[in-house]
Ligand binder design. Structure first.
Ligand code: ADP
Ligand code: MG
Length: 668
């Protein structure tokens, strides 16, 4: 590792500043890549427009003057002679430049051109004329007191030091794509010699990142599959078939297929790591229960983890029902479980008395030890980070993991980012379900919405009303829960009971309100997004979402999934101050896979990759979405290379790869 102090020009003070931007070594300095490049090329004054960025060079004409605007604001004005023109230059707050600004001096000015006043408001000036060829200037993220230019200089100095540049693309692939060498690429990223070489340099670095990214995922997968602590089970298909037959409904074909996948995973001697994705209401929970039952039959404990307390409780109640006739001992563990109960539960888990534990993240605290944990199911797994998901591993054997998500990822993306995971999807909903009809309405059409609500209430159905926040936080008139409560009371106070629920209530209160809604004592439930996941009230036939523009599409889709759970036609009404393309899109489909695809293309990878890109799986220059094509190539190449790598693991040429791979060991 190169210590920062070893880099020319970095003293203790500068070091502190550099550390402030998260750089702690010379290597990190080198990979602190510019986030953009400015091209310094003389502007053509004959085509430049008012307000354009301008780059011009020439001689200072006459003596500059300093003007005091007020105590803290000064400006220098002068004129520049470009041989063809004379322009005015204004530069603010850089009075210290004054002493160097001498009449006749060669200077380059960069700034904004105000055509009418023939004036440049300079953002930057440099002494000397522009070089004959266009100059490309890297721009770095930085902090106060440290200029972008300084960072570039330090990066170059670090590159000049003698150190080991690990080449992380095998030679045959460098040749295949005619990639620039790594050292040349690093140099060109910080000091581009031309636009073409900059492009090639970036291509090289991005490819290497993506290749290593896929290689790491492959490596993780390989290690998971070959985990010697993985459990093998005998699956008792007769008993499981019986269990399925006794369910109050017939499984859909997709559910059957997914159950088969899972049972096969459980049976094989490999660690299951399966993502089960399916729209809200597609029936993932029952699939999880079947897996839990199979795991129980093989005499192992199961854990079911949910992101919210409400959801954990719901699962708990469902589980009690489903397993009522079986000897499965089920416990609920959340942050509101009393200390005494908690101790009992810990004991039960340690002794093996408890077969199934359901709970929130509190579950994974260190104190919990299992006798023989065989299966971990996480609901809405995208809410858990990689590290959290893996905490369970340390407890006894390596349990199988089933993750459920209602935010489906388009298949191709899933293959790449969840490359270490098998993916099963439930695409069809249980028969008899009617599609939720979605309407987009502007705020000014609120009376229309109220009429629609009235109709539902008249047919004894219940309604969710969602607001983005609890109280007015600022004055830009977003509807808060408080506002909506008033509004709803005014409109329906006489004919309906109105309840309010939000994240600031304690869990007892929340539970009470949810119970009242479930039993239809509350007809209209106003809430923030606490109801986003898990709530199951089949008699609720309408959800009205105010300021829908403030939510992401996948959240809206989740919310929409709260209705349409029974057999009545259900509606989702999205309300926003003005028209939004993406909200209109929600009217056109109720398919979560389509929503997620649209969201992905519109908004970029967003939170989808949030959990995956933790720690060493981070990409510095490449971008999974923008460089998606390259990613697919890199995946192909990594899939092919991993075999060679593992077979010839003693080949010294492969040492850098193993060094890099070993960095992900601590991801578990
Ligand atoms: P998800 O977790 O995928 O959002 P759930 O598992 O909560 O969906 O299922 C939603 C509702 O559908 C539950 O009430 C469940 O009992 C019911 N359900 C599940 N599978 C079926 C099926 N095959 N036929 C009819 N109803 C089903
Ligand atoms: Mg669910």
């Amino acid at each position: 590792m190169i210590e920062l102090e070893m880099v020319e020009g970095i003293g203790p003070k500068t070091k502190e500043l550099i550390e402030k931007i998260g750089i702690h070594s010379g290597e990190e300095l080198i990979t602190h890549y510019p986030f953009r490049y400015d091209i310094l090329k003389r502007s053509d004054l004959t085509i430049i427009n008012d307000g354009d960025r301008i780059v011009i060079d020439g001689l200072i004409e006459g003596q500059p003057t300093v003007i005091y605007i007020n105590k803290s604001l000064k400006k220098i004005i002068f004129r520049i002679n470009t041989k063809t023109n004379i322009l005015n230059v204004t530069i603010y707050n850089k009075a210290y430049l004054y002493q160097d600004l001498k009449s006749g001096r060669e200077i380059t000015v960069i700034g904004k051109y105000h055509k009418l006043k023939n004036t440049i408001v300079a953002s930057d000036i440099r002494f000397g004329l522009l070089p004959p060829n266009a100059e490309i200037e890297p721009i770095y993220h930085t902090t106060n007191g440290l200029s972008s230019k300084q960072i570039g200089k330090f990066a170059l100095s670090a590159l000049n030091l003698e150190y080991q540049i690990d080449n992380l693309v095998p030679r045959y692939l460098e040749e295949k794509y005619n990639l620039m060498s790594k050292s040349e690429a690093l140099l060109n990223v910080h000091l581009p010699s031309s636009i073409i070489s900059l492009k090639k340099a970036r291509q090289r670095i991005k490819y290497e990142e993506l290749f290593m990214y896929m290689l790491k995922i492959n490596y993780l997968k390989d290690r998971i599959v070959s985990d010697s602590n993985a459990i093998t089970r005998k699956i008792d298909y007769t008993k499981i078939d019986n269990f399925i037959d006794k369910l109050p409904f017939k499984l859909t074909l997709d559910q059957e297929r997914v159950v088969k996948d899972i049972l096969k995973d459980l049976e094989e001697k490999k660690r299951m790591n399966r993502l089960l994705q399916g729209d809200v209401g597609s029936g993932k929970t029952v699939v999880a229960f079947i897996a839990i039952y199979a795991n129980y039959l093989s005499k192992h404990q199961s854990a079911l983890m949910a992101p919210t307390e409400i959801l954990a409780r719901q699962h708990y109640e469902d589980a009690l029902k489903v397993f009522a006739k079986y000897k499965i001992n089920i416990a609920l563990l959340t942050s509101s479980t009393s200390l005494k109960e908690r101790k009992e539960i810990y004991k039960g888990l340690e002794s093996g008395d408890i077969n199934l534990i359901i709970g929130t993240v509190a579950l994974i605290q260190d104190k919990v030890t299992f006798k023989n944990l065989g299966l971990v199911v996480t609901d809405e797994q995208h809410r858990f980070g990689v590290n959290q998901r893996n905490t369970f591993k340390s407890k006894g054997v390596t349990p199988d993991v089933l993750s459920m998500s209602a935010t489906p990822i388009p298949r191709t993306y899933a293959l790449t980012i969840y490359g270490d995971t098998d993916v099963s999807s439930i695409k069809t909903k249980p028969i008899g379900r009617k599609e939720v009809i979605t309407y987009f309405k502007k705020e000014k059409d609120i009376t229309e919405v109220l009429e629609m609500m009235k109709k539902e209430l008249d047919s004894k159905h219940q309604i969710y009303v969602v607001a983005p926040m609890i109280e007015e936080e600022d004055s830009n008139n977003k509807e808060s829960v408080k506002d909506l409560e008033e509004k709803m009371n005014k409109a329906f106070g006489k004919i309906a009971n109105i309840g309010v629920i939000h994240g600031k209530l304690d869990s007892k209160e929340k539970e009470k309100i949810m119970k009242e809604f479930e039993s239809n004592k509350i007809n209209i439930l106003i809430s923030t997004t606490v109801i986003e996941v898990g709530v199951n009230v089949p008699n609720a036939s309408m959800i009205v979402i105010f300021n829908a523009n403030m939510f992401g599409l996948s959240t809206l889709h989740q919310l929409r999934g709260r209705v349409g759970r029974g057999n009545v036609q259900s509606y989702c009404i999205l309300i926003a101050p003005k028209s939004y393309e993406r909200l209109k899109f929600m009217e056109t489909t109720s398919d979560g896979f389509k929503v997620s695809e649209y969201d992905f293309l519109e908004r970029g990878e967003g939170d989808l990759f949030g959990t995956m890109q933790s720690g060493d799986l981070e990409l510095k220059m490449a971008n999974i979405k923008k460089d998606y094509r390259m990613l697919l190539k890199a995946k192909e190449d990594a899939d092919e290379f991993i075999g060679t790598l593992l077979t010839f693991s003693t080949n010294p040429e492969f040492e850098p790869f193993f060094k890099e791979l070993s960095r992900i060991e601590n991801l578990d």
